[in-house]
Design a protein around this ligand. Structure first.
Ligand SMILES: Nc1ncnc2c1ncn2[C@@H]1O[C@H](COP(=O)(O)OP(=O)(O)OP(=O)(O)O)[C@@H](O)[C@H]1O
Length: 151
């Protein structure tokens, strides 16, 4: 049995969607404050449900705290903060992708669901690896000097 494939949308068929401006959304935040509230709800959801998010958040707090304690230069603290932000943002996207996949395939196995979840988890892993390299490069030398100077 051949699968029915819908034709790709032409630029003209997208125009009504754009003019109706997100009419298809279940709900649209009415103002900026409500948008922040929903964004914060996503962050707290990830915090309470995702162990990895809590672990990454703890390491980020530690790294930023250490960089201030060790009097790193402003640009170095900024690089550590950007790297931490990247890891946490990718964790949030990973959670979003997992939820979307579960919503789509429910509790059934699907090869594409596996690819989507594995790639999302892989993106987090890559960013975490980069964060370790950045942290080790910027934090370890002054930390070793501080420890050595106390012995
Ligand atoms: N519906 C599915 N079909 C196929 N494989 C799946 C499916 N759901 C999960 N998997 C596989 O199980 C793995 C773990 O999925 P799960 O949804 O439990 O993520 P997780 O353990 O919460 O991941 P993370 O630690 O990144 O948050 C996925 O990476 C994927 O390989």
């Amino acid at each position: 049995m051949s699968q029915q494939v819908s034709p790709p949308p032409t630029p003209n068929s997208l125009a009504p969607l754009i003019t109706r401006e997100r009419e298809l959304s279940w709900k649209v935040a009415s103002n900026l404050f409500i948008s922040f509230k929903y964004a914060w709800a996503g962050i707290t959801y990830s915090f309470y449900t995702q162990r990895n998010f809590r672990i990454h958040l703890s390491f980020c707090a530690l790294a930023i705290g250490l960089s201030i304690f060790l009097h790193l230069q402003g640009v170095e603290i900024a690089v550590i903060a950007i790297t931490c932000g990247l890891v946490l943002a990718l964790e949030l996207l990973n959670t979003a992708i997992e939820s979307l996949v579960d919503l789509t395939v429910k509790q059934s196995y699907h090869e594409l669901a596996k690819i989507a979840k594995d790639c999302a988890a892989g993106a987090v892993l890559v960013s975490a690896f980069v964060a370790v390299v950045v942290g080790a490069t910027l934090l370890l030398p002054p930390l070793v000097i501080l420890i050595m100077s106390n012995f």
